[in-house]
Every structure is written in C-alpha cells, then in structure tokens.
Ligand binder design. Structure first.
Ligand SMILES: Nc1ncnc2c1ncn2[C@@H]1O[C@H](COP(=O)(O)OP(=O)(O)OP(=O)(O)O)[C@@H](O)[C@H]1O
Ligand SMILES: [Mg+2]
Length: 337
C-alpha cells in the first residue's frame, strides 16, 4: 500500500460557547489516496465543514480548537506534516500550493475590490517563482480550462461583474492554479443551477485525473456522491456513522441514517407531482444535548430501548473496507429502511 496523501486519525474539534464546550467533530478518521475522491455526506450541522476547516488549518480559534487527533499530510517533498499541530508558516506554505479549498460561497474566497485575474495571479506568485506575465498566461489558461468564455476579457472583471456560475469557476481556477495535490470542495455546487453543477463536477473530475489530485468533496446530496465518489463517509452529529467504497454505500447501506439519506435522492424522470421526497423526520441533535445511547436513535425506526437507547455504539467492521456505527446492523439487514 502506498502512503496515503492524507490520513486523519481520531480528529476532535471543540467549540467553546455559552453552554460550555461542545465537540463539533468527535473522533473522525479517514484517509485520502492520491487520485481518490472521498465524499463526506451528512445533514446540516453534522461537522462536515468543521472537518475540512481543520485540514486547512482554518478553525476560528477561539472559540474553536483542535482538541485531539492527527491530520497527517504527505507533502511533495516527501515530508509528512501533522496539520493538527503545524505552525502558521507551514500551513501558509501548504495552503494553495499543495492543499486548496473551494467554498460553497465564492465570495468567501474572492476579494470584491480586486479583479479575478489579479487574485489568481497573486495566488500563483505567492507559491511559484513566476513572472507577472507568465502567471497571467497561466491564469487565463486556467479560466479557459474551466470553461470561462472569453477568458482574456474575464481576467479583468471584478467578482460582482460575473454571474454566480462564473464566479464559482474563477474561485475554482484560483484553487487549482498551483496544481494542489489535495482539493477540498465544500458544497461547491449547491447554489448553482443543475446544468452548471454538472459542468463543474465534470471539470473537477477531469482536472483530478490530469493532476492525480486527491479530492474531499462535501455535500448534502448522495446523488452527487453517486456520480463522483470512490469512497463515501457519512457523518452524523460529529461522528462517522458509516464509511465504505461508494458501491457498498449504494448497494449495501447498513446504517438506518444512510438508508434515510438514500431515500431522499431525487431521481431522473421522477414524477414531480408525486409529492415531496421523503426526508428523515426530526433534526440533528443539538451538540450540547446529545441523547443517551446512539445519537441517531430518536429518529430511527429500528431503535430499541436496549441497546440503542442505552449505549453509544462503536464503529464496527462490516467488511474490511466498510464500517458502520449501529448496534443493530446485523439484525436489520434485509428489513426496509
Ligand atoms: N464558529 C463556530 N462557533 C461555534 N460553533 C461552531 C462554529 N462553527 C461550527 N460550529 C458548530 O459545529 C457544528 C457543525 O458545523 P459544520 O459547519 O461543520 O456543519 P456542516 O456539516 O458543514 O453543515 P452544513 O451542511 O450546514 O454546512 C455546528 O452545528 C456548530 O454547532
Ligand atoms: Mg458546511
């Protein structure tokens, strides 16, 4: 087995608030290989963004802090860095050059007072010894590669002069300009219409192949995961509740929560008049008031007083590459979700 590009071990991220300290991420582990796409899914508040911000070294501190675990990143020079403990200088060097992130809202990453061209050029020159002219050519190439029409003209545009889809592409161009080996994409397409969404997913997939990039893709939508994932990690209330190769998640989901998410995927050709898609009743628990036992039990149709309401389940292996956090995964196999 070659060394993974990224190995997260038992990561814990705490936030201090009025109600005391809560763990937004409590003991997540996963790996990303070169060229692999890991999709992290889960409802709002499950800890997906906090996980990715931890990898980027961008947890706002205070109120947050990485309270435990390791984030081992294998850099191009052969060194392994623990990003959970890396100093600001190391992080600054790795961010952009080797690890890049695209955000749900492009304006999080774009500065409204500079042209998008100037911003892409600055990112490139921060990490590579290129002349302004060479960086400009690279930036225009990136915009063209991302399907931005008239890239020379768009290079001189300010973010507000572009449509949402073009802004998103400009941000992706900026993220990819230095050919990072790890790309984190946090819901990069939810705000866009379906056609643009599909184009952007295609582009990421193409660039990933070209650059052999590892990708962590975050989404609410298991339908998106079905299209791009090699592996899927399902998060609930700050923990992994199921993780497996994509085929196993779609053909053999074991956790009732995963099955609930699968039922809410919109399907092509579905009758729009048939009513809204089923959603999982109830809401993600408040981190300060976690239920006893399994965090999902108040919403689970399979929950029993013992064990589900009594004990917190461990992550158990279903196969060598498939894990699930459900005390009843053996009993409910074959039962409807
Ligand atoms: N800056 C912060 N201060 C305090 N608590 C925070 C902060 N950021 C995140 N949290 C806590 O972490 C939890 C998980 O947040 P996170 O943003 O990771 O969710 P998410 O899975 O990305 O959700 P979404 O799908 O809505 O983006 C939140 O419910 C919140 O309790
Ligand atoms: Mg988020």
């Amino acid at each position: 087995m070659t060394q993974p590009l990224l190995e997260v071990r038992d990561l814990r991220v705490d936030f201090r608030g009025e109600m005391g300290t809560v763990s937004a991420v409590s003991g997540i582990s996963f790996t990303v290989q070169k060229g692999e796409t890991l999709v992290i899914v889960g409802e709002s508040g499950s800890g997906k963004s906090v996980t990715s911000l931890a990898v980027m070294g961008l947890i706002p501190q205070p109120p947050g802090r990485i309270a435990g675990g390791e984030i081992l990143f294998h850099a191009r020079d052969g060194q392994t860095h623990d990003l959970a403990k890396a100093d600001a200088r190391t992080m600054q060097h790795l961010r952009g050059a080797e690890i890049a992130m695209i955000f749900q809202e492009p304006m999080t990453a774009l500065n409204p007072v500079y042209t998008i061209g100037a911003q892409i050029v600055e990112t490139i020159r921060l990490h590579e010894p290129l002349s302004r002219r060479a960086a400009r050519l690279r930036a225009i190439d990136m915009l063209a590669l991302l399907g931005v029409p008239e890239p020379q003209r768009r290079f001189d545009a300010y973010p507000h002069e572009l449509s949402g889809g073009l802004r998103q592409r400009a941000m992706i161009a900026m993220a990819l300009a230095c050919s990072p080996s790890l790309l984190i994409a946090d819901e990069p397409t939810t705000a866009l219409d379906v056609t643009v969404q599909a184009q952007i997913l295609d582009m990421i997939a193409r660039l990933q192949k070209e650059l052999s990039m590892g990708v962590i893709f975050i989404t609410h939508n298991l339908g998106v995961a079905a299209e791009i994932a090699d592996r899927v990690l399902v998060m609930y209330a700050g923990q992994t509740v199921e993780a497996a190769p994509a085929a196993d998640i779609f053909q053999d989901p074991r956790m009732p929560y995963t099955r609930g998410l699968l039922k809410s995927i919109p399907r092509l050709g579905m009758d729009r008049d048939a009513g809204p898609l089923p959603t999982i009743p109830g809401t993600v628990p408040n981190l300060g008031e976690m239920p006893r036992g399994c965090a999902f039990h108040p919403r689970c149709t399979h929950a029993l007083p013992d064990p589900c309401m009594a004990r917190r389940p461990d992550l158990e292996p279903v196969t060598e590459r498939h894990v699930v956090r459900c005390a009843r995964w053996r009993d409910i196999a074959g039962q409807p979700a």
